[in-house]
Design a protein around this ligand. Sequence first.
Ligand code: GLP
Length: 241
Amino acid sequence: MQIVILPTADDVAAYGAELYIKQLTNKPDSVLGLATGSTPLALYRLLIQACQQQRLSFARAKTFNLDEYLGLAGDHPQSYRFFMQQHLFDAIDILPANTAVPDGNATDPFKACQQYEQQITDAGGIDLQLLGLGRNGHIGFNEPSSGLRSRTRVKTLTPATIADNARFFQPGEYQPHLSITMGIGTILDARKVLLLATGANKADAVQAMIEGPLTAACPASALQFHQQAIVVLDEDAAAKL
Ligand code: GLP
């Protein structure tokens, strides 16, 4: 695990964006793993800018998102598909057919999970997987106690994660308690992993991920196993190391 500590969240986004630009420059048909949440937003803005400046093209790239709420269709404003369209896909030159997000509206979610794994395999595996970090140490929606070799599956969200993500929903609006998420094993299969964490509210999870034991109680600690994992932190997130 390589740890990079930078002064600010903007520096973290810039560092991450350069890694994505380098990846796509070296291999224009890269398979990219993508994440949602507030952390990657600044990075996505930089990728959009790089596309507009013609420093970057996604024309031959394929993407796979980590997770999706189960029970929300892709046109629901709180769905992760909608998030990705709004914050990245609609502003870059990627082919719609080359963007995959788990289907939150699948009639058979268990089959959809297996199909998602197969799609990743058929694409040749993920070259570079982007991750954020939950305050409880989750990656994707792999909540504490997730199997360290788990594959894409339906996961129940913990009350802590539901509370953390309630800020995105209107008061009284239906908020799903279930998700489809790539498993920890799926994430560990990516050839490179880039985890970004910023802000003081991530400091405990960052410490557990890096300095704690390898344990399902902190799913992100599984990255200690990965040969090519880079963790990029701002000083606030790194404060407890
Ligand atoms: C959600 C997502 C995760 C994300 C996490 C942290 O639960 N499923 O993939 O990493 O939130 O979000 P944020 O970046 O907003 O702190």
